[in-house]
Design a protein around this ligand. Structure first.
Ligand SMILES: NC(=O)C1=CN([C@@H]2O[C@H](COP(=O)(O)OP(=O)(O)OC[C@H]3O[C@@H](n4cnc5c(N)ncnc54)[C@H](O)[C@@H]3O)[C@@H](O)[C@H]2O)C=CC1
Ligand SMILES: O=C(O)CCC(=O)C(=O)O
Length: 528
């Protein structure tokens, strides 16, 4: 059987050699297709190989009746509709390691260009100007580099920065003090990184939680004269806020490889003399392009031959008979995972998942993977799925335990997720009520009855008269409607919790005000 493969973005010729060597594969390279052209032609292809230019949207996937695999020659899969691919049983693979070095090296090149104003000086010299005064730079030695997002690329940047004698402070929800110490860097909170750094470089994925992570408020907290680098994804930094912060001289300069809109339509930010910019070149080296193309080519061959891919990003449907029995618990397991990730105040070191009642009779491996996915998705984004969740957990040093117990605490089925961090553990349990859907029934030692969806608010407080009223009035003042409210307490006058479901996401300033209400110790918004 012959399989047809479309390469729709420029991929390394050497990198796609593994595909060309397979006799049963026919490869068409058509780069620069418009959306309509791709839509017209996609139906005949069994696999699609892309970089970041091709937008593999839902309508493309729906039209692609023969498509079995999409290979993303690179890391970020934000140009592919993963849900649509999963829904249509299309396996998406990426190449997570192949361009790490190139992206880290590009970040260092941008950092040094920014510090020494090399592109500006080059441009001036090319205009036959000899202007030495205008291009005075700053040294890196002894300065502090803040790294936001300490995954593959963030860590490689930190190694290199130490070679430039920069002090490095990093923030990543999975970075522990121990790991930071081993690398000779400092581990901080996001605020500490933002407040202490002379240079800030971001290396997170782009997802709802990281969109405008570096906002106007963040710029206001930074050292005057800070310099910013983004070689990760446009949108992690709020471009309008950056533009203003540069004009107001709060930010001395920025080096940008990625933009909220690509190709750029509005050039006002890159036209500022303080901005050094490249058109998304982080992975554009001969080596990286060859690596990523080889990695995805091999995975696509595996998939078309019915084998297992090395770097799958999503998961097609499970066999029908397995799915039928465990499907009702899927939503619950992921939601409990996400809820647990919100409860943890520090990097999670261990996750124990307890299955009891009806659940104890099932093959729960897919549920465990799904729970772990729910936990990791909070910080790793949508490229974590049921297939690669255990891999990422191991990479982040998180131990996963799965246990079946007989104790059901009166429920016919009970799923309990316990997360352990360096300084303690928290627990959340849920159940599937016959005909009524899923419920969270326990948070730590407190019994509750909450539908795990929408905008929740977990408040830890001291059981005192008026506490509930104060929270209710404050939310009403900010026009936040409470849909449901549960309270639980250890004993009279002791520690207590409130679990609220509210009708909209709560703004940062309202959270701050809640935090200031007397007898309240902690306020946690949880979006499920
Ligand atoms: N400019 C370019 O050409 C290239 C850009 N990239 C982009 O670089 C970024 C990083 O890639 P990798 O290091 O390979 O990914 P990775 O998955 O190894 O690391 C991302 C890290 O961000 C952390 N993170 C998530 N949310 C966070 C938050 N709110 N605050 C702090 N940290 C958070 C995660 O815990 C994770 O450790 C991605 O956006 C990727 O698409 C990657 C290659 C080339
Ligand atoms: O394909 C490219 O050049 C972009 C690489 C990239 O942004 C990624 O791997 O996330």
């Amino acid at each position: 059987m012959t399989f047809h493969i479309l390469v729709s973005d420029p991929l390394s010729e050497e990198g796609i050699q593994p595909l060309k060597q397979e006799e049963h594969l026919k490869i068409d390279v058509h780069t620069g297709l418009s959306h309509e052209e791709l839509l017209e032609t996609i139906e005949k292809y069994d696999a699609l190989l892309v970089r970041s230019q091709t937008k593999v949207t839902k309508d493309i996937i729906e039209r692609a009746k023969n498509l079995k695999a999409i290979g993303r020659a690179g890391v970020g899969v934000d140009n592919i509709d993963l849900d649509a691919a999963t829904e249509h049983g299309v396996i998406v693979v990426n190449a997570p390691d192949g361009n790490t070095n190139s992206a880290a090296e590009h970040t260092m090149a941008m950092l040094m260009s920014l510090a020494r104003r090399i592109p500006q000086a080059y441009h001036s010299l090319k205009q036959h100007e000899w202007n030495r005064k205008a291009y005075v730079g700053v040294e890196l030695k002894g300065k502090t580099l803040g790294v936001v997002g300490f995954g593959r690329i963030g860590a490689e940047v930190a190694y290199r920065a130490k070679g430039q004698r920069l002090n490095v402070i990093a923030y990543d929800p999975y970075l522990t003090e121990e790991k930071a110490e081993k690398m000779g860097i400092q581990c901080g909170t996001l605020e500490e990184v933002i407040q202490q750094a002379d240079f800030i470089t971001v290396h997170t994925p782009l997802m709802p939680a990281t969109k405008h992570l570096i906002s106007r408020d963040a710029f206001n907290q930074m050292k005057p004269g800070v310099r910013i680098i983004n070689c990760a994804r446009g949108g992690i930094i709020d471009e309008d806020a950056l533009y203003e912060a540069i004009l107001e001289k709060k930010v001395a300069g920025a080096a940008l490889d990625v933009f909220e809109e690509e190709p750029i339509q509005n050039y006002k930010l890159v036209e500022l003399p303080e901005v050094v910019a490249t058109p998304h070149l982080g992975a554009s080296t001969v080596e990286a392009q060859e690596n990523v193309a080889i990695d995805v080519s091999r995975d696509v061959i595996q998939i078309l031959n019915g084998g297992a891919a090395k770097n799958p990003v999503n998961l097609p449907s499970l066999p029908a008979e397995v799915m039928k029995r465990i499907e009702p618990y899927f939503n619950l397991s992921e939601k409990l995972g996400t809820f647990s990730a919100h409860l943890a105040q520090e990097p999670i070191e261990e996750v124990s998942i307890y299955y009891s009642g009806d659940l104890a009779d099932l093959d729960v491996t897919p549920l465990t993977r799904n729970t772990v996915k729910g936990i990791l998705k909070r910080h790793l984004g949508d490229h974590v799925n049921d297939v690669n969740a255990p891999y990422f957990a191991e990479k982040k040093g998180i131990t996963i335990n799965e246990q079946k117990t007989t104790s059901t605490k009166g429920f016919t089925n009970l799923l309990t997720v316990e997360t352990r961090t360096k300084s303690g553990a928290s627990k959340v349990a849920g159940t599937l009520l016959n005909g009524l859907g899923t419920r969270i029934v326990k948070v730590d030692a407190y019994s509750v009855d909450v539908v795990p969806q929408g905008h929740l608010l977990l408040i830890r407080h001291t059981d005192q008269p008026g506490a509930i009223g104060r929270v209710g009035s404050l939310l009403a003042k900010f026009d936040v409607n409470i849909a449901t409210m549960q309270v639980g307490r250890s004993d009279v006058g002791g520690d207590a919790i409130m679990m609220l479901t509210v009708d909209r996401q709560i703004d940062e300033d309202v959270l701050q005000k809640l935090q200031e209400v007397s007898d309240i110790h902690q306020v946690k918004p949880i979006d499920l």
